[in-house]
Design a binder for this molecule. Structure first.
Ligand SMILES: O=P(O)(O)OC[C@@H](O)[C@@H](O)c1c[nH]c2ccccc12
Length: 303
């Protein structure tokens, strides 16, 4: 099922001389990290992290505990849609989402492409008790330490913009610091690579329905990739269902992007996907919390 198609941008992918949006974002991130390192060294940053003993809120655990787990996103703008929310108030939205029944939050911190900010994550965290994903493009361990200091509970690893060595390094460090990791894939090849990452109860597997190079969105992406994921993770030893196999060992799969309606939710529930990352559908309204509440009210909890 194709929910939306942005053909304007699809040309970018096929033109070799023009870097894709994702390539441009990664280049910007390299600059950002270099600048940040020149202001505060990695060693100094690590010292600050060591002194920060705030407990994490348990992102993966919160999703596991939910019948239908929604990660509600706080996002002002995106490269494909421009400004999505004109009265952007991260703290108010965080509270609204919490009251409306979100399991977790996702806060965009990327400045140049999503008009996000580190301070938005900090404000959202102060305003509620929900666990928070730092939604940004991680390419360097420096950013993992920064995320920890912001109070992030979960880190995003986008397979499309990292090599296997980087993935292992960012994943291991995030878990060592006590954060969960959302491992994002969009293709079968990325999924194969994602399945090389050491298994952990802190891993969450995200299937992004949006191609980050073309912005094309297709919910079929989730349906195409979830079987492999379910099979491989089940074969890890979770196949016997005796009493020791509690919820903590269950694989977490999140369908990301392009979820708009109760029909979309029902479609996913029908395929055993019960975790959702949803942004635009809520953020384009005046009251994102209300939009979440009415979406949740329109699907049966026992589905
Ligand atoms: O606004 P949507 O279509 O509901 O999508 C939310 C989220 O999935 C999307 O923002 C996203 C998924 N992966 C990303 C990686 C980077 C930036 C953004 C994203």
């Amino acid at each position: 099922m194709t929910t939306s198609l942005n053909t304007d941008h699809s040309k970018l992918e096929t033109t070799p001389d023009i870097p894709s949006v994702l390539q441009r974002i990664v280049a910007t991130k390299r600059d950002e990290v270099a600048t940040a390192r020149s202001v505060l060294s990695l060693e100094m940053l690590q010292e600050q992290v060591a002194a920060d003993t705030r407990p994490r809120r348990g992102f993966a655990a919160a999703l596991r505990a939910a019948d239908i787990g929604v990660i509600a996103e706080i996002k002002k703008a995106s490269p494909s849609k421009g400004i999505i929310n004109h009265n952007f108030e991260p703290a108010a939205f965080a509270k609204q989402y919490e009251q409306a029944g979100a399991s977790c939050l996702s806060v965009l911190t990327d400045r140049d492409y999503f008009q996000g900010a580190d301070s938005y994550l900090i404000q959202a965290r102060d305003a509620c008790k929900l666990p928070i994903l730092r939604k940004d493009f991680m390419i360097d361990v420096y950013q993992i330490y920064q995320s920890y200091l912001m109070g992030a509970d979960c880190i995003l690893i986008i397979m499309a913009c990292l090599d296997d060595t980087q993935v292992q390094e960012l994943h291991a460090l995030s878990i060592k610091l006590g954060m969960d990791v959302l491992i994002e894939v969009h293709t079968a090849e990325e999924l194969d690579r994602a399945l090389q990452i050491p298994r952990s109860e802190h891993n969450i597997y995200g299937i992004n329905n949006r191609n980050l190079n073309t912005f094309e969105v297709d919910l079929q992406t989730t349906l195409d990739l979830k079987n492999t994921l379910l099979q491989v993770l089940a074969a890890d030893g979770n196949t016997n269902t005796d009493s020791n196999q509690n919820n903590a060992s269950q694989a977490l799969i999140v369908t990301e992007s392009g979820i708009h309606s109760a029909d979309d939710i029902r479609l996913m529930l029908g395929h055993n996907i019960r975790h959702f990352l949803i942004g635009e559908q809520f953020m384009k309204t005046d009251h994102p919390g209300q939009a979440l509440q009415s979406l949740l009210a329109s699907v049966p909890v026992s589905a």
